[in-house]
Design a protein around this ligand. Structure first.
Ligand code: 5GP
Length: 210
């Protein structure tokens, strides 16, 4: 990545099960990239660590952060609240770090509308097919068929937001998908040419929603 004084903001959103969190973790291993840690009112999962995966807080604390206008964005997702506090993000950007956001479309819209003085690149990650998404969700939520059905329904609604993103990338193979995202970020920063086929994506979305 080029040396520029200020970092860029990179948002990755996706419907549940498209593999976004893994991609964010891979990108965060790159020099100059740091993940923005969100606050959430959701309960931690067994494999999650406080202050690393999220700042897990109760609703009172979350409401106080809203009242004190600490959030750059916040939203309700699946009955829990999630939000990104402003100060750590701005600090990282001013130190020249590229900040990765693993946030949903509502948060992406809010950050976009803020029109901050930092470059913003937004990605929407999609699964290769509905069948593969169903398999991925079934593996993850093995105990609960109802959750899988609900997430599949939610997928149909979430996917419609693809149009508001700079780039849509299909996660058919983790390594390829990661490289595509990395190359697009690099091209954006360097003002280079971008390898991106919008028509192909439009057709893919049509297949996913038909
Ligand atoms: P999970 O509970 O599975 O970690 O995340 C559920 C959803 O909330 C994911 O789509 C994730 O991207 C989104 N999310 C996580 N943190 C934030 C945040 O700070 N703001 C917003 N708007 N969404 C978030």
């Amino acid at each position: 990545m080029p040396s520029k004084n200020e970092g860029v903001m990179v948002i990755l959103s996706s419907p549940s099960g498209a593999g976004k969190t893994t991609l964010v973790n891979l990108l965060s291993k790159q020099d100059k990239f740091e993940v923005s840690i969100s606050h959430t009112t959701r309960q931690p999962r067994v494999n999650e660590t406080q202050n690393k995966d999220y700042y897990f807080v109760d609703l009172d604390k979350f409401n106080r952060l809203i009242k004190d206008q600490e959030f750059l964005e916040y939203a309700k997702v699946y009955n829990n609240y999630y939000g990104t506090t402003r100060t750590p993000v701005i600090d990282k950007l001013n130190k020249g770090k590229n900040v990765l956001f693993d946030i949903d479309w509502q948060g992406a819209d809010q950050i976009k509308n803020k029109k901050l003085d930092y470059k913003l690149i937004t990605f929407f990650i999609l699964p290769p097919s509905k069948e593969i998404l169903f398999k991925r969700l079934s593996n993850r939520e093995m105990k609960d068929k109802l959750i899988v059905e609900e997430r599949m329904k939610q997928f149909g609604r979430d996917v419609l937001h693809w149009i508001n993103y700079d780039y849509v990338v299909i996660n058919d193979n983790l390594d390829n998908c990661y490289k595509k995202i990395y190359n697009l970020i690099d091209a954006e920063i360097k003002n280079g040419s971008k390898d991106y086929d919008l028509e192909y994506i439009r057709n893919h979305v049509e297949k996913l929603t038909s």
